[in-house]
Design a protein. Structure first.
Length: 279
């Protein structure tokens, strides 16, 4: 474990890193967490969505690895505690890049970057007090949201494959982390108070209703757009629907339904597992 230099106050804070593929709800999830007592996020940065990736030069940015629908394929985006980037210099450089935009009088400091889901082990090695919050969303809705924003023109089946690649890497890293939870976009939108109160408990805060509301029905709208022209048959021609189904059911998803069809697999650290207990 790296030792903190005496000139820093890293050890005076807990770090919250939010990650998840672009258009998975990371922005409004991070904004909701930032309104919890004792939490400060990056503000006034002047960069896209106040994401920490754009303020630093320690690790690659998503655009360096092909952008929103490609970056998970790049080996350089998956960074672990074994990376030569794990160093005192890296920790100081990230702190120096981010701390001017945090209210460092607060005990918990939040940074949101989608590709955090591929570098949690690296961030934990630098900042051992880290907690990780990962947002996931149905891959068809996530893919259609990317296309609607004009961030990619890749076909939906190709983007589903990228989704699976990213989340396979993510799930392989979970056992190496001390504090991590996974929040499904659909669960958060359906029951915001319930999920955010559970998230407060996860962060060691007294749970209180937040009054947050999120726009419902977006997944369904994206599915309607995707199904025009019978896209499910197009998907079947490109690859096996059964193969996608077997992979997505681990996360409680199906290519045939815009809403979850069941809970996440029991070895995923869900915020609200089926018995409603906290994690």
């Amino acid at each position: 474990m790296l030792s903190c230099p005496v000139t820093s106050d890293f050890d005076q804070h807990r770090f919250i890193f939010v990650g998840g593929l672009p258009r998975s709800g990371t922005t409004f999830l991070a904004q909701a967490i930032a309104r919890f007592p004792g939490v400060s996020d990056l503000t006034g940065t002047g960069v896209k969505a106040d994401e920490g990736q754009y303020l630093q030069s320690v690790y690659p940015q998503q655009r360096d690895a092909g952008g929103s629908g490609r970056f998970a394929y790049s080996a350089k985006m998956h960074i672990t505690e074994a990376s030569p980037l794990v160093s005192e210099a890296s920790r100081v450089a990230l702190w120096d890049a981010w701390s001017p935009y945090w209210d460092t009088t607060q005990p918990m400091l939040l940074e949101k970057t989608p590709a955090n889901l591929l570098k949690m082990r690296f961030l934990q090695a630098l900042y051992p007090t880290s907690s990780f919050v990962l947002a996931i969303r149905h891959p068809i809705a996530q893919a259609m949201a990317l296309r609607a924003r004009g961030w990619t023109r890749r076909p939906v089946p190709v983007l589903i494959h990228h989704w699976l690649t990213a989340h396979d890497v993510m799930t392989g890293d979970l056992a190496h982390l001390d504090r991590v939870t996974v929040v499904r976009y659909e669960d958060l939108v359906a029951e915001p108070d319930r999920n955010l109160e559970a998230l407060q408990s996860y962060l060691g805060l007294d749970p209180e209703p937040t009054g947050e509301e999120f726009q419902p029905g977006l997944n369904e709208a994206y599915f309607r757009d995707w199904n025009e022209g019978d896209r499910l048959k197009t998907l079947a021609r490109r690859t096996s629907v059964a193969w996608f189904e077997s992979k997505l059911r681990r996360y409680g998803y199906s290519v045939r339904s815009p809403t979850p069809i069941g809970p996440m697999a029991s070895d995923l650290p869900a915020l609200l597992p089926p018995d409603d207990g906290g994690r």
